[in-house]
Design a protein around this ligand. Structure first.
Ligand code: PXL
Length: 279
């Protein structure tokens, strides 16, 4: 069985980061080890959340794993709480990346034109250094702008998006994908770029006009799971986008939209799709 390690916070309640990554990746038949970088009472959109930073635990955990000869088929990072933590994660890459290890980075730090609570203006530079090491990065439009020093606008044409993707790939990763982009009227999807082959590819789905926390985490987790099931990146991105739409569709509309999507209802769909697609 493939084994990955997911390095991001655990928000104890609110369906994001590790509480989304673990069930989604496990459902896809992939072992998901975790390296929690911080413990929060909830994600940072809830007022009054608590946070205990665990940066000082990353090296001791890595020491123990290295002593046990543990190997990972992929390292998947998400939300990181500080620039120092981003640096510690790069040191983890140095120790565990082999030529066969996929480095998948979701630079979760912002949405809708604004950084998440607690990040200063310098943080995107630290996240860009993590992205520089990656094979695949999957920012949303806000994160893509922050990583490349581009002014954020909601209405980007496809040519602008292609330029942004090339700027992202110039940071270092072979593949960059921007999630949640408007590709046609009534459609939302993902546009991606393969630097090695200088090739773009896209997948569009229905645009459901609703916004939830944690959709980026559900998307990234399903994409890593797809790659670990042998799908190529275009197929994994398409599967992840379809799963995310399915999660949103199945989420009951409640007034407290701080909460994440009810992805639990869509897991059987994900399992069926990945079994059909697996080469
Ligand atoms: O869903 C991304 C995410 C992850 N972790 C924490 C967050 C968020 C988004 O707000 O606050 C702690």
């Amino acid at each position: 069985m493939k084994r990955i390690v997911s390095i991001q916070d655990i928000s104890c309640l609110g369906r994001c980061s590790l509480t989304a990554a673990l069930p989604v990746i496990s459902a896809m038949g992939v072992e998901c080890a975790v390296l929690p970088t911080a413990v929060l009472s909830t994600h940072t959109a809830f007022p009054g959340f608590t946070c205990r930073d665990l940066t000082d635990q990353l090296a001791p955990v890595a020491d123990h794993w290295a002593a046990q000869g543990i190997r990972f088929d992929a390292i998947y990072t998400g939300y990181l709480a500080s620039a120092a933590q981003a640096e510690a994660v790069c040191q983890f890459f140095d120790r565990f990346k082999t030529p066969d290890t996929l480095l998948f980075v979701d630079p979760a730090m912002a949405d809708n034109g604004r950084p998440y609570a607690g990040f200063d203006a310098d943080f995107p530079r630290a996240m860009a250094r993590v992205c520089a090491r990656a094979d695949v990065i999957v920012p949303n439009l806000t994160e893509a702008c922050l990583l490349t020093g581009t002014a954020y606008r909601t209405a980007y044409g496809e040519d602008d998006l292609r330029g942004l993707l090339q700027a992202l790939a110039a940071l270092g990763p072979r593949y960059a994908a921007i999630t949640g982009v408007r590709l046609a009227p009534g459609q939302l999807g993902v546009l991606a770029y393969d630097r090695a082959e200088d090739r773009f590819f896209a997948h569009a789905g229905e645009h459901i006009p609703a916004s939830f926390h944690g959709t980026g985490d559900v998307f990234a987790s399903a994409c890593v799971g797809g790659l670990m099931n042998g799908l190529d990146l275009a197929a994994a991105l398409a599967l992840a986008a379809d799963f995310t739409v399915e999660c949103i569709r199945r989420t009951e509309r409640t007034p407290d939209n701080w909460y994440g999507v009810e992805f639990e209802r869509a897991l059987p769909y994900l399992v069926r799709r990945v079994e059909d697609l697996r080469p």
